[in-house]
Design a protein around this ligand. Structure first.
Ligand SMILES: [Zn+2]
Length: 55
């Protein structure tokens, strides 16, 4: 199932991919900030559900 993550401030899509990854990887990819509005990325796992595949 595709996962989508949006910046909670500007709704910039930060992640839109069928591959599952971890929050840490996404935050690292964007250097900890939203590429659009510069908001520090702190994902609340209560708001955003992400499933991570574990091998
Ligand atoms: Zn943003």
């Amino acid at each position: 199932m595709p996962q989508k993550i949006f910046c909670e401030d500007c709704n910039e899509p930060l992640y839109n991919n069928s591959e599952l990854t971890s929050l840490e990887e996404i935050i690292r990819k964007y250097d900890g900030k939203c590429p659009k509005c510069g908001k520090k990325l702190v994902f609340n796992t209560k708001k955003i559900e992400i499933k991570v595949l574990k091998k």
